[in-house]
Design a protein around this ligand. Structure first.
Ligand SMILES: Nc1nc2c(ncn2[C@@H]2O[C@H](COP(=O)(O)OP(=O)(O)OP(=O)(O)O)[C@@H](O)[C@H]2O)c(=O)[nH]1
Length: 385
């Protein structure tokens, strides 16, 4: 054991230090987010803790080195949590951050108290680390919807490490008196191995998650109309392709602001922009999760309502019409009132043809405009309002 231990320990510590350096290097390219520095600190502290622990048993300096090792190891888990918190771009302390801060302070107090009873310190540290890892797992990994595989892998790594820590904590607490150097050595080795597994997987997974998130961010930027925050024409049409094939009847609402040119002419282009934003906000209020809202250009919007009945679609159109008409848009000292005209068209299941649906909705919109505006027209039916 004594021969194997230093080798195993050396390998694990060296690997942790390498991952630490790797995170420091990554930090140079992602200085906007300090997450990598926290993870680097986590690996560094873990190496420090493990080597102190090994030195404590090797040189029999329990009193001095074991509490130091416990603090370093527990702080390593705390840094991992903070790194994940910063990774999620939460710049201000969140509720979770405050909770873990409290947990960290309590943990340090528990370590200090356990130092009075050295035979319990390793067990207590293991349990505290397990709790910290489980908190991290619980706080961040469960609610991620994107990069499912990456977050699941991270969860597994955290969970396995926490489980090993917990088991070891229990064993060490249960056998404090009989705990020998050999057992201590074994626990250092297993702990290092599971931590190695975790740091290696985080080192691989986290940059991948960051890349996915950046990609999503750029995609969202490219697909969102800067002014109104709804989909651009291109993104809308792309999404329509997918939504049109959903089950059931689909409705398309074409919405155009009435006499919008007058608003620009009378109150200025900036006032026109404010009106566009407010109207887009109103449109989004009444749609369902699965509906797709886009700005087709200028003052023309479209909403695709998949799997909907005639009555529901007309009711949504009705509510949009009323809510826009009730808007009181304040720009400088003016209050601007606007109305919209809405054309509604339906496509039956199995007849998913965007061009036909669009041309029906467009001619319905034209009909609504001709009928005096501030109204809804459905396909080739008569004007409803
Ligand atoms: N403020 C602002 N105006 C825009 C924007 N995009 C297009 N417009 C203006 O929207 C106006 C659209 O005018 P028209 O197509 O004549 O439509 P309208 O005045 O609403 O007339 P009807 O649709 O027949 O009721 C034009 O004056 C465009 O310059 C924009 O992003 N911001």
């Amino acid at each position: 054991m004594e021969q194997v231990l230093p080798f195993g320990v050396a390998i694990a510590i060296a690997s942790n230090l390498m991952v630490c350096l790797y995170f420091v290097m990554l930090n140079r390219y992602h200085q906007e987010n300090p997450a990598y520095l926290f993870w680097a600190s986590s690996c560094g502290l873990f190496s420090l803790g493990a080597s102190s622990l090994f030195a404590a048993y090797h040189f029999e300096r329990y009193v001095l080195l074991v509490p130091l090792a416990s603090i370093a190891l527990f702080t390593a888990c705390y840094c991992l949590f903070i790194g994940l918190n910063r990774f999620e771009l939460t710049s201000s302390p969140t509720k979770q951050q405050k909770q873990i801060n409290k947990f960290y302070v309590i943990g340090l107090a528990v370590i200090a108290a356990s130092s009075m009873y050295p035979h319990t310190l390793n067990g207590v540290t293991c349990l505290l680390m397990a709790a910290s890892l489980l908190l991290t797992e619980g706080c961040f990994c469960r609610r991620r919807t994107h990069a499912f595989v990456g977050y699941t892998a991270l969860r597994i790594a955290l969970f396995v490490h926490a489980a090993v820590m917990f088991l070891q904590g229990m064993i060490l607490l249960y056998q404090p008196v009989t705990m020998s150097i050999q057992l201590s050595g074994t626990w250092i080795q297993i702990m290092l191995l599971t931590h190695l597994l975790m740091t290696m997987s985080t080192a691989l997974i986290l940059p991948m998650l960051q890349l996915t998130r950046k990609q999503l961010h750029w995609e969202r930027l490219a697909n969102t109309d800067e002014l109104t925050r709804v989909l651009t024409r291109r993104a809308f049409l792309k999404k329509v392709e997918r939504s049109l094939t959903s089950t059931g009847k689909t409705a398309l609402l074409m919405i155009d602001i009435d006499h919008f040119k007058h608003i620009n002419d009378n109150y200025g282009h900036q006032a026109g922009d404010v009106v566009l934003k407010k109207v887009a906000g109103s449109l989004q209020t009444y749609v369902r999760r699965q509906d797709v809202v886009g700005r087709l250009g200028g003052e023309e919007f479209a909403i695709l309502l998949p799997a909907i009945t005639d009555k529901e679609a007309k009711s949504i159109a009705d509510r949009i019409l009323t809510s826009v008409a009730n808007l009181e848009i304040g720009v400088d000292e003016h209050i601007i009132n606007v109305t919209v005209s809405i054309g509604v068209a339906f496509s039956q299941q199995g007849e998913e043809n965007w061009d036909r649906l669009y041309s029906y909705a467009d001619s319905a919109l034209y009909q609504a405009k001709r009928g005096g505006r501030n109204g809804i027209a459905v396909q080739s039916d008569s004007l409803l309002i």
